[in-house]
Design a protein around this ligand. Structure first.
Ligand SMILES: Cc1cc2nc3c(=O)[nH]c(=O)nc-3n(C[C@H](O)[C@H](O)[C@H](O)COP(=O)(O)OP(=O)(O)OC[C@H]3O[C@@H](n4cnc5c(N)ncnc54)[C@H](O)[C@@H]3O)c2cc1C
Length: 388
């Protein structure tokens, strides 16, 4: 029977040395003051070219990232594959705003597709539209403000980059996720994703849009998207997540004085997430889903639903996904029970993925002195292995 409590399976990929390193890392990031000082010091050290790259690379980077390049991720890919867990290479460089950078990001994503084509342990690729588009332009498109002639050309270049990726994915037969972002640019992203699904999802789901169920309007939007997919006769690809920008969304809504698009309570988000999963499993012959979540209940509910509906655990249309270095108890126990699992494996130059690493550290700081979930699980496994 599936259970997420088995830490022996959860940490089967970790040697005692790895486990101890993770223990110290999560112990350190559980300290709010340490993370706050560490964030400022690291940013300062990187800006002033102090030689701390080696230190970061051996610690927090090693926990949460696969490498600095696609090739460097080979070790992580192979390690995960040993346990029947796939890799989703996620080029995690953020905050670029030039056309040269946008082209480079598009080319890098296409390189991940080329890599995946020859490697069965890479079942999906992924990209963020903001990696290849100016944020302000996406906002303008989303708010339906008329674009100037140069802006129209700029948006065409964005469409071309997105299309180049999805076309390459289609030719390689490697499905690609389009990540969801802030609500005020999401409409432009949805439009692009929907156009790509029309083009490439005729025979199977190659392009997946992402649905953030912390938004009040996303469950109806998911259902509407399925209706459209049925009318236009294509498969819907749906990555289901709760959503990563809650505070930013709420603060902006207050600042600009409009109703927050975010659910009033966590329970509402959870309920919509689970309803979305249920809706998709009811239509699983025409929807392919990836449950991108670290929530134990939601993961267990999906596994139970599959069993109840006699959907084979390794059906190609259902994947579970977590981030590298987090929630291994979910990933490894699911994979051990023969469910399809793939980890997002972020990669990129150390100083460029720093914002991503800082977010992971902040996420694992202690709430009111409590021991975080990751640390608890590691401590349980250390005790099981009789490690000091
Ligand atoms: C593989 C993968 C891919 C992802 N891709 C994306 C993506 O493309 N776009 C994106 O935005 N995020 C993405 N995420 C992040 C995701 O949206 C969540 O932020 C994160 O996974 C935490 O949610 P959870 O489902 O794991 O579970 P939990 O830890 O149970 O839920 C936490 C989440 O619940 C919601 N929440 C918390 N408190 C409240 C409250 N008071 N009221 C209402 N809602 C609340 C928030 O969304 C919060 O992040 C991805 C995550 C994974 C694992």
């Amino acid at each position: 029977m599936l259970s997420f409590d088995n830490t022996e399976i959860s940490f089967s990929g970790k040697s005692n040395k790895d486990l101890n390193r993770s223990y110290w890392l999560f112990k350190m990031v559980s300290n709010r003051t340490f993370v706050s000082i560490g964030k400022s010091l690291t940013t300062f050290a990187i800006q002033t070219h102090l030689p701390i790259k080696g230190l970061i690379k051996a610690t927090i980077f090693k926990q949460f990232c696969g490498g600095e390049t696609i090739e460097e991720c080979d070790k992580a890919i192979k390690e995960l594959a040993k346990f029947n867990i796939g890799t989703i290479l996620d080029y995690s460089v953020e905050g670029k705003e030039s056309e040269i950078d946008f082209d480079a990001c598009s080319a890098e994503t296409i390189a991940t597709i080329a890599k995946a084509k020859n490697d069965k342990s890479i079942p999906f690729c992924v990209f963020k539209v903001t990696g290849m588009a100016r944020f302000d332009l996406l906002e303008k498109v989303s708010s339906k403000i008329a674009l100037s002639a140069p802006e129209n050309l700029e948006f065409e270049r964005i469409q071309n980059r997105v299309n180049a990726i999805c076309k390459a994915a289609n030719i390689a037969g490697v499905p690609v996720f389009i990540d969801a972002e802030e609500s005020w640019i999401q409409e432009a992203i949805d439009e692009l994703a929907n156009q790509m699904m029309v083009l490439y999802n005729k025979e199977k789901a190659i392009v997946y849009n992402t649905y953030q169920l912390y938004r009040k309007d996303r469950l109806p939007y998911l259902k509407k998207s399925f209706e459209v997919a049925q009318q236009l006769n294509y498969f819907l690809g749906a990555k289901l997540v709760r959503g990563a920008y809650m505070e930013k969304e709420r603060n902006r809504a207050i600042e600009k004085d409009y109703p927050s698009p975010i659910q009033e309570t966590k329970e509402n988000t959870d309920a919509d997430y689970d309803s979305a999963v249920e809706f998709c499993t009811e239509n699983i012959s025409r929807i392919a889903i990836c449950a991108g979540t670290h929530n134990e209940n939601s993961s267990m509910k999906l596994a139970d639903l599959m069993q109840k509906k006699s959907i084979p655990s390794d059906t190609k249309n259902i994947y579970f996904s977590q981030l590298l270095g987090m929630s291994d108890h979910i990933s490894f126990n699911l994979a051990n029970a023969n469910f399809n699992v793939a980890k997002y494996v972020p990669y990129g130059p150390v100083n460029e993925v720093l914002p991503y690493l800082i977010r992971r550290a902040q996420e694992n700081t202690s709430v009111k002195g409590q021991t975080g979930r990751e640390l608890n699980l590691i401590m349980k496994e250390k005790a099981r292995r009789n490690l000091k």
